[in-house]
Write a protein that binds this ligand. Structure first.
Ligand SMILES: [Zn+2]
Ligand SMILES: [Zn+2]
Length: 382
């Protein structure tokens, strides 16, 4: 599609970003060797590192990503302020700029307009795109974010806030807990320099590794992949195929056992009313999408009749889930409805409904089993 009519290279190095991204790891490495040789390392440096890693990391995943970019829930101002402060400390630009890039990434994934398209190479998606001055600064629709005074303020003073929160604050913590200039250096090196490198590359891995390695259970429409391993480093952001398929969901790991601390953080704050309107994609939608993707994969070699059959499974599964929903609602009603019903008959009604719920669950498991067996009989996808 792209016509290469320009003379010379279409990009040049962004000197500030490039020196920051290469300089900080070098400074961090030298600093850590120098510091540990002179002062050793205690639990305090590790504690400051840990606190900053969690505060800045979650400000990116829960704040910049799931709240500001995707609007998957609402958050009270103290939480938004926290994200603005520690997000700045992550040195990944202001929330407004970050979200503009990220919204475009979702809108035009894997195309030339995707700011970190993995099709331009692993290195480009990981870090190259930050080091290069883009010819034209394209801005996605972010007026909802510009209308937030906290984010507008953060955008105006991003480097000062980043320096104070991301570098001076851990240094001051070191000064306070360890004492003196040496203490300051300990906090600064561990909680500032080293932590910036770790949070940077954890975030970058989502744009590179989570578009390269892993499974595609929900969609094969783009390069996004699910990688539980990456979730360990990134507070749950590794379930990236799910996220690209259902970006309105506040969870990335949608099952309760999926390692997704970001979703637990967001959910946790809902109990004290600091977050609200947590958006969830219904299980039945997720499940039927998963089935559809599985059969699309295997069916590349199959005929129309087999395709028809697969859709039959999806339809049956949907019905199964609607029935389950209906029974659950009825049970909730029955528990509440005390007027005109004796407690004895209410009890037996509840028992009956619980049996129905169990039956619905078994029916769903049965459909899944049949589907799996049917899939096993298909020609494997090339
Ligand atoms: Zn996203
Ligand atoms: Zn992505």
């Amino acid at each position: 599609m792209e016509t290469q009519t320009q003379e010379g290279p279409r990009w040049e190095l962004d000197l500030v970003n490039a020196s920051f991204l290469t300089g900080i790891p070098i400074l961090a490495a030298i600093g850590m060797v120098w510091y540990s040789m002179n002062y050793g390392v205690s639990g305090v440096e590790l504690g400051i590192f840990g606190f900053m890693y969690i505060a800045c990391g979650l400000s990116i995943t829960a704040g910049y990503h799931r709240l500001f970019s995707h609007r998957t829930h609402k958050a009270a101002w103290p939480l938004r302020l926290f994200y603005a402060l520690f997000g700045a400390g992550a040195f990944q630009n202001s929330a407004i700029k970050w979200c503009s890039d990220h919204r475009r990434h979702h809108l035009v994934t894997d195309t030339d307009d995707d700011p970190y398209s993995v099709l331009k190479g692993f290195f480009w998606a990981h870090i190259g795109w930050v080091m290069v001055a883009q010819e034209e600064e394209r801005v996605e629709k972010v007026d909802d974010l510009q209308a937030d005074p906290i984010l507008a303020f953060q955008d105006r003073h991003i480097f000062l806030i980043g320096f104070l929160v991301g570098m001076v604050l851990p240094g001051m913590a070191g000064w306070f807990f360890l004492g003196g200039l040496a203490g300051f250096m300990g906090g600064f090196i561990w909680g500032g320099l080293f932590r910036v490198v770790i949070v940077h590359h954890a975030t970058f891995l989502i744009n590179s590794a989570a578009h390269t390695w892993g499974t595609q259970p929900y969609s094969t429409a783009n390069t996004s992949r699910d990688s539980p391993f990456l979730s360990l480093l990134t507070y749950g952001e590794g379930y990236h195929n799910f996220h690209h398929t259902f970006q309105a969901d506040y969870r990335n790991g949608h099952k309760w056992h999926h390692w997704d601390p970001t979703k637990w953080w967001i959910k946790g704050f809902s109990f004290i009313k600091m977050t609200s309107g947590l958006h969830k994609i219904p299980d039945k939608t997720i499940e039927s999408r998963k089935m559809k993707t599985a059969y699309e994969q295997s069916l590349k070699l199959a005929n129309d009749e087999q395709k028809e059959n697969a859709l039959g499974f999806v339809e049956r599964l949907r019905t199964g889930y609607s029935e389950l929903d209906a029974h659950r609602k009825a049970l909730k009603e029955a528990k509440k409805n005390k007027a005109g019903v004796s407690s004895k008959s209410r009890k037996s009604m509840c028992i009956d409904l619980k049996k129905e719920i169990k039956a619905s669950k078994e029916a769903i498991a049965q459909i899944r089993d049949e589907f799996q067996q049917w899939m096993n009989g298909l020609p494997a996808a090339a």
